[in-house]
Design a protein around this ligand. Structure first.
Ligand code: FES
Length: 156
């Protein structure tokens, strides 16, 4: 890991916004910014860890938790919002016991919101790992989650 970080530091040395660019590359390779990488970077660059976290939390693009195995994306675009996406999102949050941009403790589900999935005719729409579910109602949420829990327990 240290070798990789050294390479990144060299690549962005002396350039504006280099810390942000380094984090972009880290997130691209890990899917998030692991705490141990931030700690190592803090030591290597001699930048306090608190400063690193200030940067990371300022841009909510950066993920501090590992991505879940299944990514649930709830569309909150206008069409979906008007057709009840808020209720669908709330139900996912309640059942999974997480907020947006969080991953369940078991690492199975990650919950995101997006602007538009490009299938507004199916509003409210969601995707789970790219699979589209249209005209989703609050009462279907538990079934959608179960579908993936079943996959998980059958080892698919
Ligand atoms: S607004 Fe939801 S799919 Fe377009």
């Amino acid at each position: 890991m240290e070798k990789k970080l050294n390479k990144l530091i060299k690549k962005w040395e002396g350039r504006r916004g280099n810390l942000v660019m380094i984090f972009h590359e880290i997130q691209n390779s890990y899917g998030y910014v692991p705490r141990e990488v931030s700690m190592k970077l803090s030591r290597m660059l001699d930048v306090p860890l608190a400063t690193i976290y200030e940067v990371l939390t300022f841009y909510n693009y950066f993920k501090l938790d590992p991505p879940g195995k299944y990514t649930i994306s709830i569309c909150m675009g206008t069409a979906c919002y008007l057709k009840g996406a808020g209720r669908v999102l709330k139900e996912f949050k309640n059942i999974l016991n997480i907020q947006e941009d969080e991953t369940t403790e078991d690492g199975i589900f990650q919950l995101n919101t997006v602007r538009c999935l490009g299938c507004c005719g199916l509003a409210p729409a969601i995707t789970v790992d790219g699979k589209v579910y249209g005209k989703v109602t609050k009462s279907q949420v538990a079934d959608i989650i179960s579908e993936y829990m079943d996959k998980e327990s059958s080892g698919e």
